[in-house]
Write a protein that binds this ligand. Structure first.
Ligand code: ADP
Length: 301
């Protein structure tokens, strides 16, 4: 097969692993920096050029599009879809999952367990908003944050009010969430491929920290998940329309709650924690599913 791998940096662990495994399995794979791709949009004849070359003949495309390039990256992926190339994750599903509010609304509508969450733009009554999500302690999150930056634990009513006011003053979009204290600083990353959880790891926050992000000093380890956690992760990925997803869960008193569904989950942490060949499973999934024109949306929507 001829595979396009959309990634801004060919030195990243996940990119390197996918290239290595695809070549081992006899495929041709080309890393394409999405920001460098340029496209022509003509009726019935979409094309993509890259470094002077007309890209064509691809059977599949693996999007690994960073949050900061979602807009342009999704447009390049959509162009591949319009050309009939099979996408591992579709552009529509990626943009859907990148919108945190939209994602939470979609998951809530389908009855997936979520931390009680409020969001607002310019609330006149911050006290009422805090009451609405059950009062302090609360987690206040910047919508645009990643890797735990912009996620604040407000332990008292007063702290919650001040943090919300400060973020509002900066005109930042925020989300206010019930603090799942019983998770004790741990979250679970479920790696889903094609409707199955193929690996799971627990991330534990460093001492004195509630955020378990590996970038914030968290440590990862292997974990056995419950059937309920497994089915929650699988359903969440399906609702988002993602074939490959990293579903982050917290263990709460009211069962597993989904924090986030990631459309470009990293391979380094999960392969190290579980010893599994996740890159190999991704390529295998493409081998069995990629067919010309087999995209649900063909770039619609
Ligand atoms: P990011 O997308 O920036 O990583 P998250 O929303 O995943 O932000 O939050 C970062 C970390 O903070 C999570 O991995 C989790 O450990 C902790 N956390 C986030 N929300 C909650 C919550 N409602 N209750 C308890 N811990 C939380």
């Amino acid at each position: 097969m001829k595979i396009a791998l959309l990634s801004r940096n060919s030195k990243l662990y996940s990119t390197r692993r996918l290239v290595e495994v695809a070549r081992e399995r006899g495929h041709e794979i080309q890393v394409i920096d999405v920001l460098r791709a340029y496209m022509s949009i003509a009726s019935h004849k979409p094309s993509i050029h890259y470094k002077g070359e007309d890209l064509h003949g691809f059977d599949a495309v693996i999007p690994r599009i960073g949050a900061s390039v979602t807009f342009y990256g999704a447009a390049v992926l959509r162009q591949f879809e319009m050309m009939g190339v099979y996408p591992l994750n579709e552009s529509v599903a990626i943009t859907r999952s990148r919108d945190k509010l939209r994602s939470l609304q979609l998951l809530a509508r389908r009855g997936i367990g979520l931390p009680l969450t409020g969001f607002a733009n310019k609330p006149d009554d911050i006290k009422d908003m805090i009451k609405m999500v059950g009062g302090a302690p609360l987690v206040v999150k910047l919508l645009e944050g990643t890797q735990g930056i912009g996620v604040v634990l407000a332990e008292t009513q007063k702290a919650a009010e001040s943090v919300i006011e400060a973020f509002m003053g900066l005109k930042a979009n925020i989300l206010v969430q019930e603090y799942i204290k019983e998770a004790k600083g741990a979250d679970i990353r479920c790696f889903v491929i094609g409707g199955k959880v193929v690996a799971a790891m627990q991330r534990q926050a460093a001492a004195g920290e509630f955020r378990s992000n590996l970038h914030r000093g968290g440590t990862a380890s292997l974990i056995r998940i419950t059937p309920e956690e497994r089915s929650t992760a699988v359903r969440a990925a399906k609702i988002m329309g993602l074939s490959v997803a990293g579903v982050d869960l917290l263990r709460s008193n009211h069962g597993p709650v989904v924090m986030e569904v990631n459309s470009s989950p990293g391979l380094e942490g999960i392969e190290a924690a579980t010893g599994k060949d996740i890159a190999g499973q991704i390529i295998h999934y493409i081998e069995t599913n990629a067919k010309q024109g087999k995209t649900k949306t063909k770039g619609h929507g």
